[in-house]
Design a protein around this ligand. Structure first.
Ligand code: 5GP
Ligand code: ZN
Length: 113
């Protein structure tokens, strides 16, 4: 989609700090890190939200989430990790291209939750 910021990132039109990429999925650091290592995992196919996510896209996405989580664990050494997905403006979605937040946690006062 031409006016979608995540499609532009994945097309290389907007710079990002890439964490992972394969044929179907890209992961990059969130521009506004709620905690250190806050990462977004995004399907390359433009779908708006969970309701547009097909089983195939979901499968390709979730297939790589554990290894990205492990890479975050190794790199940042958090004490926990939250997976979060907002669907709809009222639920906090601000970019309408489906994405999963991986939010490393560092204990009390880490700035999230
Ligand atoms: P949402 O609120 O839709 O669940 O999450 C959208 C996320 O995308 C936000 O955490 C926001 O900081 C991030 N974001 C918005 N624009 C950009 C951008 O241009 N680059 C990157 N890396 N992240 C972005
Ligand atoms: Zn898009």
């Amino acid at each position: 989609m031409s006016d979608c910021i995540f499609c532009k990132i994945m097309a290389g039109e907007i710079p990002s700090k890439k964490v992972f990429e394969n044929e179907h999925v890209m992961a990059f650091l969130d521009i506004s890190q709620v905690t250190k290592g806050h990462t977004l995992v995004v399907p390359k196919q433009h779908v708006k939200d969970i309701y547009e996510l097909t089983p195939e896209i979901a499968s390709n996405l979730f297939e790589v989430v554990p290894s990205i989580a492990s890479a975050i664990k190794e790199t940042y050494e958090p004490v926990g990790l939250n997976l979060l997905n907002n669907n709809g403006e009222k639920a906090g979605q601000s970019v309408f291209h489906y994405h999963m937040h991986l939010i490393p946690r560092y204990g009390k006062g880490d700035g999230f939750g």
